[in-house]
Design a protein around this ligand. Structure first.
Ligand SMILES: Cc1ncc(COP(=O)(O)O)c(C=O)c1O
Length: 159
């Protein structure tokens, strides 16, 4: 694969994040193509041990067969359902989560991203306490949304 062409496309067509740009700017870094288990491969087919994958949706590694099959089955059954109405898979998961956690954590809110989750946590905290102050680590990262850019005291976008 032509890495120079891929990088040029990134420079031309992506809105660049400044996150971690002090480590290796994306424009000079690897261009990832595929992954398997704990390894992720760049456009030169060089393998990297992917410590980042454990962070969120691929905590069991890339392409875990049971996870892949569950996602495939989910997409084949109900690709999207509005949060306005109940849907059966969500209700089943909420009930299982309620069995796992101690009271009063018996209700779930399903949202899309880490930024959404943090926004919701702030809403809950503000409603529960009536307070508006928010403490955060300097230069932390809690999602590419306006509120967290000010909380974390860092810019997410370079342009
Ligand atoms: C602590 C923390 N909060 C929020 C986020 C943002 O998650 P998302 O990109 O899903 O909005 C991340 C992502 O790495 C994170 O590590």
């Amino acid at each position: 694969m032509d890495i120079a062409a891929l990088r040029a496309a990134g420079a031309r067509h992506l809105i660049q994040s400044e996150l971690l740009s002090d480590v290796v700017p994306a424009i000079d870094g690897p261009v990832f193509v595929r992954a398997d288990g704990a390894e992720i491969f760049d456009a030169d087919d060089r393998a990297y041990l992917d410590f980042n994958s454990g962070q969120m949706c691929s905590a069991l590694g890339h392409n875990h067969p049971r996870v892949t099959e569950a996602v495939r089955a989910g997409l084949g059954t109900l690709t999207h359902a509005s949060s306005v109405y109940f849907n059966a898979p969500q209700l089943r998961l909420a009930a299982r989560l309620a069995e796992t956690f101690d009271a009063p954590l018996s209700r779930s809110l399903f949202i899309q991203s880490g930024a959404d989750s943090n926004e919701a946590a702030l809403l809950f905290a503000r409603r529960a306490t009536g307070r508006t102050g928010i403490g955060a680590l300097h230069l932390s990262f809690h999602g590419v949304v306006f509120r967290f850019e000010s909380i974390a005291a860092r810019r997410f976008l370079s342009h």
